[in-house]
Design a protein around this ligand. Sequence first.
Ligand code: GTP
Ligand code: MG
Length: 194
Amino acid sequence: MNFQQIEFYTSFGVSSQLPGESTPEIVFSGRSNVGKSSLLNKIAGRKNLARVSSMPGKTATINFYTAAPGYFVDLPGYGYAKVAKTEKQRWAQLMEHYFHSQRDIRLVIQLVDMRHPPSADDLNMINFLIDGGYPFLIALTKSDKLTKNQQAKRLEELAGEIPCGDQVTLVPTSAQTGVGIETLREIIEDVFID
Ligand code: GTP
Ligand code: MG
């Protein structure tokens, strides 16, 4: 798979516009500011493919990228407290519509900040993925902000903090140093082939 050829395709802000798809999809999910867009950029080997911002709530739409033979799907982040109630409802409808329309979701890359225990919203999302039987792994972001010792400690703790954490693949990543990116690329290629 040629990761350098990933391109922006289209975005959807309201659920009524979002069509079902038979093309295989890799989904990036996680709370606002956790690093979804940064990770996607790093996997694609590009700096500005997906918009990155230190202001949470940057990606408010579902963004599709062509990543032959499928799509990468950057979901809008959840859990940003300052978002208006109507915005949260729009988010919920968009998610509901996305996950319940006809699609070929090969893998959900669920992002969790490696430094902290998963938030209540993270746990909701992970339980939603488990209950729905979606294939997923957890990418632990911003590993560069921890020392090697801290990383090892957090990895152990996270296995207990995440529902079914001992059975879920946990991949420490950094969009800054590139840690974990090759691992994710290999997994993505594998699930696209199947
Ligand atoms: P929303 O679009 O708001 O949902 O956020 P997002 O999850 O797409 O996060 P984004 O990629 O925009 O990154 C948020 C902030 O975290 C930015 O300031 C990034 O530079 C920073 N960041 C992302 N990944 C990493 C990482 O691996 N290491 C470090 N140190 N910072 C990171
Ligand atoms: Mg984003």
